[in-house]
Design a binder for this molecule. Structure first.
Ligand SMILES: C[S@@+](CC[C@H](N)C(=O)[O-])C[C@H]1O[C@@H](n2cnc3c(N)ncnc32)[C@H](O)[C@@H]1O
Length: 324
């Protein structure tokens, strides 16, 4: 069955994005429609059992993305909660859907608070979120006034989590396409491109930053959040094996080294606006994500070290502009 992604194409008809529809449809065909997932049937069943609404009250401006139960909706709260649990693990949030509080692994609201005060106002902007996970930030971007918030993330379960929320809402500016950034055309038109928590997963980080630049319009803003290590302009750490038990971490620069790369790539007005060590309050196991979490990825005797003895996860947000 799968999820119908036509709303994105409808919304962007007659816009600058329409010229890219054939390429996006082709990528979706190849990387989404032609690939099945072992849990798709379970997820389709849970999704289709959920109410579909268009007049539920919602707010995207508070910590929790909240869509409230309309007074006239008869809802079996515990059955609805079980349907939502079919999409575990819930990593990014928090959410409150029809009165069910989803306490996600991450306090993504904390990340948003650290970032939102430094970026250009999103009012009326068209924004792209690469590695958007389940779309939590897409709604926060709409809450901040964005007119279109397009998320790109290949992980299928996150698409289902996003649609658990979308099906409660009237047509809106948030869309999630289950693709990888490598599948995207050089749009050249987004006002802001967010790339939060993805760069360290890329084997070719400089190529990835160039991809991100290609999505921006001249003068547009790049918001890059990634793991960094302490050090100077010459410090880039490539973990020899795992990092904080993750096997797919390739590139951990210092903030100075990352700023230097952005400068060399031609970005302007480069500034590191936040550096924060992740705490076990921000990332932890919950009832909605019951696997290991940060506490298990650190040295049990020193929270400033990863389990492998490397510096513990430290995240920086760097903002820069594409030249006109
Ligand atoms: C650590 S999570 C970060 C999620 C969210 N942006 C945040 O900051 O909380 C990384 C996400 O990037 C996605 N991802 C990994 N490689 C990607 C790629 N090449 N293009 C788009 N998304 C990618 C993963 O599926 C995952 O959801």
């Amino acid at each position: 069955m799968g999820i119908n992604l036509e709303a994105f194409f409808e919304h962007t008809k007659n816009s600058a994005l329409e010229q890219f529809h054939p390429q996006l449809r082709q990528a979706l065909h190849q990387h989404y429609e032609q690939k099945t997932h072992g849990r798709s049937l379970e997820w389709d069943t849970a999704l289709n059992a959920m109410p579909q609404l268009d007049k539920a009250p919602f707010t995207f401006t508070q910590d929790s993305v909240t869509i409230s139960k309309p007074d006239d909706l008869q809802l079996d709260h515990s059955a609805y909660k079980q349907h939502l649990k079919a999409f575990m693990p819930w990593r990014k949030g928090p959410w409150n859907l029809l009165g069910v509080e989803i306490d996600t692994e991450w306090h993504s609201d904390w990340k948003w608070q650290r970032i939102a005060c430094h970026i250009s106002a999103l009012e009326g902007r068209q924004v792209l979120d690469i590695g958007s996970g389940n779309g939590y930030f897409l709604y926060r971007m709409l809450g901040a006034g964005a007119r279109l918030a397009l998320g790109i993330d290949p992980t299928r379960i996150f698409l289902y989590q996003f649609h658990a929320a979308q099906r409660l809402l009237p047509p809106n500016g948030a869309h999630l396409l289950p693709l990888r950034s490598e599948h995207l055309p050089a749009f050249g038109s987004f006002d802001t491109v967010f790339c939060l928590g993805v760069l360290y997963h890329r084997r070719s980080p400089i190529d990835h930053i160039q991809e991100l630049m290609s999505y921006l319009r001249p003068g547009g803003e790049l918001v890059l959040e990634t793991l960094v290590v302490p050090g100077d302009i010459d410090t880039i750490f490539v973990p020899p094996k795992r990092y904080a038990k993750m096997s797919n971490v390739w590139f951990l620069p210092s903030t100075q080294a990352l700023e230097n790369i952005l400068h060399k790539l031609g970005l302007e007005d480069i500034r590191t606006v936040d550096v924060t060590q992740t705490t076990t309050q921000e990332q932890r196991a919950t009832d909605w994500m019951t696997f290991h979490s940060l506490a298990d990825f650190l040295d049990p005797s020193d929270p400033n070290l990863s389990a492998e003895g490397h510096p513990a996860p430290l995240r920086a947000t760097i903002i820069a502009n594409k030249p006109f």
